[in-house]
Design a protein around this ligand. Structure first.
Ligand code: HSE
Length: 313
């Protein structure tokens, strides 16, 4: 049984799809959620920012639900914990806030119960909880991920050092993923599917080659979801045009929205974020770089007087 005074789990934000890589491709972003875990009498989740007040703060919080699910998969139990959360990941804005919560819960359970789960096992659990693999794979391992998830099988190609600048255009309103997914058609024609698959193939190969100019062009060739969602994004086409005028590489929806994701040459993201936010003031411009780190544990403190995290039988 492990005895510890507390530890911190750090998880990156993620942008999913990059256009045609729908439900498959993810990119970790250097915006982080940091959760400090200590033993408590009851489950308590404390957010340091009022933006997160709408989230459950007890056993029904997604991080806690995930910890409990991972524990019950292996027939074990974790004692009540207090989670103190500081997060730079905007909630419900297409930057992987729910995947970050799930990745965090998996890491906490893995650490406390000393499960020694591999990255692939963590991603499998996370994908089953999320229903798709794109954000969770990148949140767990960092960098860029190109993944397959079907019939409980997964494959993940991990590119640990993507080298590009990112601008996120963040609108004021939220867009729940299920609402955005409800806009998608049930079926696509064979011809359209072939075209979508080709766009995704070239996009993937370009990510592997760190060829972000080609990524930028292919990001704008999606046929699987953009057309059905883009009416929700004020100035969508104008922003895409402006991205080119300013010398950017490409623009797409970040995950299921409501944010937009632009890729630009590394080092130019701050300038782009400022210029785009001035021109399209509906959005806040966030300049960010890819995160090379995925979900990690930091700050482990052990003391002689600390309490056990795992409940004994
Ligand atoms: N791939 C998902 C979608 C977003 O576009 O609906 C993942 O959060």
């Amino acid at each position: 049984m492990m005895r510890q005074d507390g530890f911190t789990v750090v998880v990156p934000a993620t942008t999913a799809n990059l256009g045609p890589g729908f439900d498959s491709i993810g990119l970790a972003l250097a915006l982080y959620m940091k959760v400090t875990i200590t033993v408590s009498e009851t489950w308590r989740v404390i957010y340091d920012d009022s933006e997160f007040n709408s989230l459950p703060n007890g056993a029904d919080n997604l991080i806690v639900v995930t910890i409990q699910q991972v524990a019950s998969r292996v027939g074990r139990q974790v004692c009540a914990l207090q989670l103190y959360v500081k997060s730079d990941i905007p909630l419900g804005k297409g930057l992987g806030s729910s995947a970050a919560a799930v990745a965090c819960g998996i890491e906490i359970a893995n650490h406390i119960l000393q499960l020694e789960l591999s990255s692939k096992e963590k991603i499998t659990i996370g994908s089953e909880m999320e229903g798709h693999i794109d954000n969770i794979a990148a949140a767990i391992v960092g960098g860029a991920t190109i993944s397959y998830y079907g019939n409980k099988e997964i494959e993940v190609i991990h590119l640990p050092k993507p080298s590009v600048g990112i601008v996120i255009l963040l609108p004021p309103q939220l867009l729940p993923t299920d609402v955005s997914r409800a806009l998608l058609p049930d079926k696509l024609s064979h011809t359209a599917s072939v075209q979508g698959s080709a766009a995704s193939n070239v996009l993937s190969a370009a990510i592997v080659l760190n060829d972000w100019e080609t990524v930028g062009r292919m990001m704008e060739k999606d046929i699987l979801h953009e057309e059905y969602r883009k009416h929700l994004f004020p100035n969508f086409e104008d922003i895409r045009k402006e991205c080119k005028v300013l010398g950017g590489l490409g623009m797409t929806i970040s995950g299921a929205g409501p944010s937009l994701c632009l890729i630009v040459k590394g080092g130019t993201e701050k300038k782009f974020a400022k210029q785009l936010a001035l021109k399209f003031p509906y959005y806040e411009g966030i300049a960010v770089q890819p995160s090379m780190s995925g979900t990690i544990i930091s700050n482990i403190k052990k003391t002689a007087s600390s309490l056990p995290f795992e409940l004994s039988e």
